[in-house]
Design a protein around this ligand. Structure first.
Ligand SMILES: [Zn+2]
Length: 467
């Protein structure tokens, strides 16, 4: 079984004064966490214990009970009557931070030892323990009750006492098919949210290698990401090479145009205001606008890619490695635009990866070398050219391809997408020496009326493949 955790984020509606209580509650949580971090620093050995034993040991060191009347470092010094579950959440938060800090420290010491053993100077500064704490409060069972779709009762420190309050919840409902974890109280600006992790278990898909090597009917969804009009071109093919569907996700030109316009505005503003101070963020609103649109597009495109893969029952999603960002020439707006388009590709990949995994689809990447230049049928180099121009040479970014050797003609991005999918199959079939897909077979599979999901415009392009 594989498991996947999603976080359900819900907005809380509460009386104005409760906002101050949440803040006081969080401040106390951080004081207690910092306190326990200190206790761990004084007793580093607890980190060798399991999570459960470490918790017990830390409670013994700090918590006053009848059988433990004089703990070494009493938590009471901070506040009396801290609920046990509040304390435990803070201890676990402190343990998490301490484990991370000490593992960094150990690695640093190792690097230092290595350098000194070689007689080299070592200038790297050691990691420092957190100086400020900004943890969100995790509400363990006992700190909340009566959770319904629209409200929850939680126990918070108001600054003067512990109080149960009822708050309304809005936004996404919790899915019913998952296992709910402990919710956290999170502050976004002035608004408090409730984040709840939900764990789901599903039958684990076999590894990519196993799927490809053992089942020739395994469906692969390959994606070619672009910075031109076709943001993403997705194709479905089986491991043995039958092409089943194509989808073009358009809109690249509009996004690029929008972004370029905003970047141009920023450049003009900068010229007006002169040099910007270090660490000073300029044109905040324009940047936010660009960021929001980029984020929205990445989510939108990735959701559509995964939906397409799901519709056609693909179990593997494959992209090409991004390669390095090649510096481009031109105006500030052009250069920044290219850079953001490159980042966008990375973001679409990441979002696809987790969205696909939620649907039981695994994601992989293949070598990007010549994916746009290779013919999907016979692997010789293709000609790439503009519409209405002769089919020769290689015009970077042109929409059409033609193969002089086997006669394949079609959309350049679709060809690249198919090559990407094919590369994945080939990777796990090396021993079997895969023959190239014959022209006739593809024709048959298409004429057989296999569903081709795409809009009219791309359908038109798609016909070029058959001409
Ligand atoms: Zn060819």
């Amino acid at each position: 079984m594989a498991k996947v955790t999603t976080t359900i984020k819900q907005v809380l509606n509460y009386q104005a004064e409760h906002g101050a209580w949440f803040a006081a509650n969080q401040a106390l949580f951080n004081r207690v966490t910092a306190f326990y971090f200190g206790v761990i620093q004084a007793h580093e050995k607890v980190l060798d214990l399991s999570k459960k034993d470490a918790l017990t040991a830390l409670e013994k060191l700090t918590h006053t009970t009848q059988s433990n009347p004089t703990p070494v470092m009493p938590l009471e010094d901070i506040l009396e009557d801290i609920p046990a579950m509040f304390r435990r959440a803070a201890i676990n938060a402190a343990l998490g931070s301490a484990r991370s800090f000490y593992s960094h420290l150990t690695k640093w010491r190792k690097r230092k030892g290595k350098a000194e053993a070689k007689g080299k100077k070592f200038h790297e500064r050691p990691p420092v323990p957190p100086r400020t704490w900004n943890k969100s409060t995790t509400l363990y069972a006992g700190m909340w009750k009566e959770r319904a779709n629209n409200n929850i009762v939680i126990k918070v420190w108001t600054g003067t006492c512990w109080s149960w309050i009822k708050v309304r919840i809005t936004g996404r409902e919790l899915p019913s098919d998952g296992e709910m974890g402990s919710p956290s109280l999170i502050r976004h600006g002035n608004q408090w949210w409730l984040h709840t992790p939900v764990e789901r278990h599903f039958k684990s898909p076999g590894t990519i290698e196993k799927q490809v090597a053992t089942n020739a009917q395994t469906k692969i969804c390959a994606v070619d990401l672009n910075i031109n009009e076709n943001i993403a071109v997705c194709t479905i093919q089986t491991v043995e090479g039958t092409i089943l569907a194509t989808k073009f996700i358009h809109g690249g030109r509009r996004i690029s145009g929008f972004r370029k316009k905003q970047l141009g505005r920023i450049a003009r503003n900068r010229r007006k205001t002169g040099i910007i101070g270090e660490n000073e963020q300029d044109n905040v609103q324009l940047w936010n606008k660009i960021r929001h649109v980029d984020e929205h597009i990445a989510h939108f495109v990735s959701a559509r890619i995964v939906q397409f893969a799901k519709t056609h029952e693909a179990t593997i999603l494959v992209f090409e490695h991004l390669g390095n960002l090649k510096p481009t020439k031109g105006k500030y707006s052009k250069r920044s635009n290219d850079k953001r388009a490159y980042w966008m590709k990375g973001r679409i990949f990441n979002y696809c990866k987790y969205k696909a995994y939620n649907a039981g689809i695994l994601t992989s990447r293949v070598n990007p070398r010549n994916t746009s230049r290779e013919c999907v049928r016979c692997h010789s180099l293709v000609a790439r050219y503009e519409t209405g121009k002769p089919a020769e040479g290689y015009t970077y970014g042109a929409p059409l391809v033609a193969c002089a050797l086997c006669g394949m003609r079609g959309n350049a991005d679709r060809n690249a997408s198919l090559v990407i999918g094919q590369r994945l199959s080939v990777r796990y079939q090396k021993s079997q020496e895969k023959p190239s897909t014959p022209l006739a077979r593809e024709r048959v599979s298409k004429d057989a009326g296999v569903v081709v999901s795409q809009d009219a415009q791309s359908a038109k392009r798609n016909h070029l493949f058959l001409s």
